[in-house]
Each structure stands twice: as C-alpha cells, then as structure tokens.
Design a protein around this ligand. Sequence first.
Ligand code: GLN
Length: 335
Amino acid sequence: MNPADLQIDARLEQALNQAAHFLQEAGADAPRLTAEVLLAQACGLEREELLKKLILCPSTLLDKAWLPRLQDFLVRRARGEPTAYITGRKEFYGRDFSVAPATLIPRPESELLIDLALKEAAHLDGNRPEARIFADFGTGSGCLAATLSLELGGNWRGLALDKSAAALRLAAANCRALGCAPDRLLFIRGNFYFAPIAGHSLDLLLCNPPYISAEEYFGLAREIRDFEPKSALVPEGSAPRRESCPNQPAAGTEDALCLIRLAQTLLRPGGILLLEMGSGQGKALLRAASQNTWSGLCVHKDAAGLDRVLFGKTHCAEKTQSQGQIPLNKICNIS
Ligand code: GLN
C-alpha cells in the first residue's frame, strides 16, 4: 500500500484495524501489536489503556491532532524504522528505557548478562569493607549499567563506558529517570582498546560488544542495518575478508578479543568477565580466551540454545602470578 493512500478513520476500532492492515501490507512484523503500540503512542496512552478503551468504547472518536501523528508513525514503520525508535522507548529487564538512534535498541537476549551478573555477585563475599565495582563497556542506552545498579546491593558502584558522547548522555538520562543513585554510577568516555580505569580494580566486567561481521552486516534486516548505529553492531577492526587466512580472528570477534585482553588487566583476582557474543562465536572466543590465565571459562547459551555469553573468572590472589594456560579440555559449554 502506498503511504499516500493511507486513510485512517477517526473511530478507535476502525483506526486500529486500518493501521494493522496497513502494516501487514507493508510486511511489518506483528502488525496488530505494532499498530496498538503506535496508536497508543500517538494518543499519549499506555497500550493497556488503549485496549481498555477498545473494549469499553470501540467507537470513541480519536482526537484530530492524533491522526496525523499516527499516520506519520505508520509510514515510518512501513519504511523500516524500528518501533522502539518511533516510540523512543524499549523495555529491558522490566524497566522502560529511552532509546534514540545514537544507541542500539536493548535486546531481550542481553538480559542473560544481567541474570549471570546477579548470580555471580551473590557469590562474592559481601563482608568486604570496600565497595565492589562493576564496569559496563559500550553502555549504549545504559540498559545494562542501570539495571545492575538498581538490582545490586548498596555495596556496589558502577562504571558505564562508551566511545560515543551521545550514548553516554542517553545512558546518564536513563539512569537518572530510573532512579539510580548518582553517587553509585560514573559515566566515562572509553573504548575496547583504552579505558581510563585502574588496573585490577574491577570485580565484574560486562559487555555487549559490537559482534556482527562486516559480511553479516550487509545481510541484516533493514530495520537494523538502516537504522541502528553501525558502530554499535560491527567491531571497529572488522573488514570484509577476501580469502580465508587461518591466523585472523573469527569475523566479528575483533572487539570481543580486545575486551578479553583488557579484562585480564582490569579485573581483580577472582573477578568475573561476562561478554555477550554472536551465536556462532562460542568456540572462537573460548579458544582465544584460553590463551590467558582464567580459573574458569565457559560459554552460556541463551533461551534459544545459542552461544550467547562468555564467562571468565580470574584466578584468586595466590594463583594470579602463574602464567599457565587453561587446558582446552577444562573449558565447558553450559546450556
Ligand atoms: N550495552 C548496550 C546494550 O546491550 C549497547 C551495546 C552496544 O552498543 N553494542 O544494548
């Protein structure tokens, strides 16, 4: 359907049906749900309120000012813009985050990083007098840093890093809006190659790095490729490969590999690395990480059974001196 032909009735039920039909014709995912979300946003309502109105009073007339807004939202969605950028919101770990094109839209699979971080934090000695410190590398919208700061106990402080000033501003705004204590979270400009953080000072380092290879990028859905920031998706050093070379890192793992090396210098003895990865990268990252000294190393799978998070634990104090490698047969995959 041509956007110019989009006619929306002023009656609620009809408007919703027409919007859903338009999105379906445009090939958008979940057209009915998306129509509800966009209509609610156009009317300044929560989706639940809209659905209540729909049941109680389906012929309610929509305000004249809402129809052009809805039309604009529908046309943008039909052209591929993600719903989250149109509404400016996305839920992550049960909280509502502001999102903008400067940052990646939070993904449900990244919630596994939070689950694992909370589990690990619970095992750390809570009696230590100094604060525990976590860092979130490539914080983007701040979804990981804000969630951890709110979920962890008062003994924790956090560092949220990003190379983009726009991302750091959004992350800080999200943290403020969600009520994170300002003295417990610090926002820092940094990247996977350089981070202004003291050596061996972190208890927990988590990161959802760019992990899409330059080749994969061209095959991504246009919703992602044409709208989300390439710098948040594709590692800086990733370039299309002409011929296979056994010594180059697996495509898309360039930033992850840097972070693994950096983690060795930043984590305290007994510190934990949690690193999100692409579904086919588990073996390559385990192999690369095993070049360093870890007391534990494994890959956690996501709800779909795909490789998703690399877990690494540095040796406790007395063992950090030894430079031995962890044998590959001591490395496991966890489902
Ligand atoms: N940490 C943010 C997220 O998980 C951003 C990640 C990124 O930009 N690669 O959504």
